[in-house]
Design a protein around this ligand. Structure first.
Ligand code: T1G
Length: 684
């Protein structure tokens, strides 16, 4: 392995380079090289100042996560940072790309920091279930101030170079060549003494009202729910206001080690790689090139079509959106504009950017306009006949090589493709509502979908800032298919004595953003309903038949006030009791554990079936779907990782305990049984 650290002289300034693709992670060789080169520069009388810089796309993006859990190799990163700070000559960090985690801490160990305008700095360790463990929780508040450091460390969100400059975290924003200006800056400061050490500055942590920490926690309660790392980050930042640096870093080290040893950090670190693995398509050669997508067509300007269009417009890709009538078209484009304007009001985009995005939109009533598109996404009513009719028309209109995609959330892509003469160009692009917000995209691979169509979809997903997962064709693909047993058991539990609020409470306490019935009310109880009010085969049918379609109707499984605040519904309880009586179901006390076993264990069983049928490439992909598509608590790693943590034998035992109640069409995944028997895991 070539040494990633080198150095070169520019006059009396020594540049220490890191060249450790892809992101200059601070692995052992980098840490060793940094110490070696700092000591060499210090001992070299011809060197008056030092610049630390990185080749490639970014300054150090943090500790090397792939080293976690392995035997440590010296030097520790905190010692590297201390060694830089104690260098007897000024050290300047030249920052581009993303100085994250340990990268930001190395920069803080330097005496000065310069950055290009596009650079970002951050403490994303909390996303890995950790905290800045190389002095960042103590240096950060001293340099950037407690409140900014607290926000950075507990949210993991990076800040821009200009925000960092305003806070004093960056000394100069460099317009032009970074290295040339960094060397010039080093030349400017080379004789200034004493050297400004982040660890010795107390000006930004003295006189801090301790109440700000409770205030912050109260205002960001969601951050702290269930997840232990945000609290540890708050505690260590707070320590910077209560104790001297040396004591503070000892406290930081203790909290860091506690987190690192914990389940949540392991789950989050697993997920970091799981998310990136999802982008890889098994069996498709890296040489397969994506098709060029210059213009996207969207059929349907409803909630989904509008949201889908916004993803491409925001990425600067022109969209032709087609509707059946002017009213629907105007309504759809109006909602898109409103969404953009509310984003602008929150300061997350400028009015000019809103104009640019909407300027790329071409509304049309003429289906033939889609002939100019390289990718056409059908986002209309979830009905196979309607979709077949559209794809038949598309087949005659779309240009050669255009990709024809359906946003269907359940239906058979092979059947849709079968009405075209180009099934190899047909793929499923299942966006999750709201499509302009939710990060998950299920890319559904038909039997005949061409490899380059798949590669194009996965690459495009990254362009529109989605996390894509390849799914095979089956009813509901990955996510919604696993919802089916969960919803089925949840409703059966209502008949047997549980209440909607009890079932939802168990899920929320587990860490889900909402429970099955809260979700049904939000999404619409009528989704997938057969629309026949006379046909009452389930509690949902009974609710739909009397217009209890969820929040949009002010009533679903819950009653809602004008502000959509939910309350338990006597009417719903009546319907449940009638239904149970009619079906001769005895009411009984239902334990929380039974709810977990019947709704979450059955999901794991379905996930195992998806795997054994080859409808997901790997178990970790299923976890990515559930974390990004449904808000599964990332600190539990996703349903398959979580099942491994519980033990697959525990899952099987629980299912066997419930077997009698699971219904006639219940069946075990053989893969689950085999793995449980063999003491194996799905995800490691
Ligand atoms: N360690 C090891 N590999 C990493 C890595 C890291 N820190 N960051 C990225 N990679 C790999 C990634 O797996 C992928 O590999 C490739 O680089 C490109 O990544 C002591 C303890 C920097 C914003 O949390 O946020 O410092 O799949 O696809 O979309 O206090 O990577 O190609 O084989 O994400 O352009 C703190 C994590 C660590 C930053 C770039 N740092 N990385 O995004 O590329 S803990 C982080 C990112 C720490 C100290 C603590 C992003 C990125 P492959 P990518 P990208």
């Amino acid at each position: 392995m070539t040494d990633p650290i080198s150095s070169e002289k520019h006059g009396d300034v020594q540049i220490i380079w890191s060249d450790n693709p892809p992101v200059n992670a601070l692995g052992a060789a980098v840490r060793q090289g940094l110490v070696r080169e700092i000591e060499a520069a210090e001992a070299d009388d011809s060197v008056q100042a030092v610049v630390i810089a990185c080749k490639g796309r970014t300054f150090f993006a943090g500790a090397d996560i792939s080293e976690f859990g392995k035997p440590p190799v010296m030097p520790w990163l905190p010692d590297v940072v201390d060694r830089i700070e104690n260098c007897t000559k000024p050290v300047v960090a030249a920052i581009h790309g993303t100085a994250l985690g340990g990268g930001c801490e190395v920069a803080l160990g330097c005496h000065y920091r310069v950055a290009v305008p596009s650079a970002k700095l951050g403490f994303p360790e909390v996303n890995l279930g950790l905290l800045p463990g190389a002095g960042g929780t103590q240096r950060g508040p001293r340099v950037a101030g407690v409140e900014l450091a607290l926000q950075m460390a507990t949210t993991g969100k990076p800040i821009s170079a200009s925000q960092a400059h305003d806070a004093g975290l960056v000394d100069r924003i460099i317009e032009g060549d970074l290295i040339e200006h960094a060397v010039a800056y080093a030349d400017e400061v080379k004789d200034i003494r004493p050297l400004p050490k982040s660890s010795e500055r107390d000006d930004k942590v003295t006189d801090v009202d301790p109440a700000i920490f409770d205030e912050y926690k109260k205002n960001n309660a969601k951050l702290f729910r269930g997840d232990v790392a945000p609290q540890a980050n708050l505690d260590t930042i707070k320590a910077a206001t209560e104790m001297p640096f040396d004591k503070g870093v000892m406290f930081e080290r203790q909290k860091f080690m506690e987190l690192m040893a914990g389940q949540q950090a392991r789950a989050r670190q697993y997920f970091f790689f799981a998310e990136r693995k999802a982008a890889k398509i098994d069996g498709v050669d890296d040489s397969v090139q994506p098709r060029d997508i210059k213009r996207v067509g969207v059929i349907g300007a409803g909630t989904m079509g509008g949201g889908i269009s916004m993803n491409f417009l925001s990425a600067g890709i022109p969209v032709t959106i087609v509707e059946m009538n002017q009213d629907a078209l105007d309504r759809g484009t109006g909602i898109m504009l409103k969404n953009y304007q509310s984003t602008a009001k929150k300061g997350r985009m400028t009015e000019e950017q809103v104009g640019q995005a909407m300027g790329l939109l071409k509304p049309s009533l003429n289906f033939d306009d889609l002939s100019e598109c390289d990718l056409i996404i059908e986002a209309v009513y979830e009905n196979m006949d309607v979709k077949k009719e559209i794809f038949t028309r598309l087949d005659g209109i779309a240009k050669d090589g255009a990709i024809l995609a359906s946003n269907t959330s359940y239906l058979d892509i092979n059947e849709i493709a079968s009405v075209t003469k180009r099934p190899e160009d047909v793929v499923g692009l299942h966006f999750f509502s709201p499509a302009n917000i939710m990060k998950l995209l299920e890319v559904v691979r038909g039997d005949k979908t061409a490899d380059d169509v798949l590669v194009t979809a996965m690459k495009l997903a990254k362009t529109i800032r989605k996390v894509a997962v390849v799914a095979g064709v089956c009813y509901g693909f990955i996510g919604n298919r696993m919802l089916i047993p969960r919803q089925l058991q949840a409703e059966k539990l209502l008949l047997e004595g549980a209440t909607p609020q009890q079932v939802d409470k168990v899920h929320v306490e587990f860490g889900m953003p909402m429970g099955p019935f809260q979700m049904a009310d939000l999404a619409g109880v009528d989704i997938g309903w057969h629309r026949d009010p006379e046909r009452i085969e389930s509690i949902r049918d009974a609710l739909c038949a009397i217009d209890r379609w969820g929040q949009k109707k002010g009533a679903g499984f819950y009653d809602y006030d004008d502000n959509r605040r939910p309350s338990p519904s006597e009417k719903v309880q009546e319907i449940i009791d009638d239904f149970a009586a009619k079906h001769g179901v005895e009411k009984r006390e239902i334990s929380d554990q039974e709810i977990i076993e019947r709704t979450l264990y059955t999901m794991v069983n379905e996930g195992a079936k998806i795997l054994e049928e080859g409808k997901a490439q790997r178990a970790s992909d299923i976890d990515v779907v559930w974390i990004y598509g449904y808000g599964w608590p990332v600190y539990k790693g996703g349903p398959m990782y979580w099942a491994d943590s519980e033990g697959l034998d525990t899952i099987v035992e629980g299912l066997k305990r419930q077997e009698e109640r699971l219904g006639d069409d219940w069946s075990y995944s053989q893969l689950l049984l085999d793995k449980a028997e063999a003491g194996e895991k799905f995800t490691r």
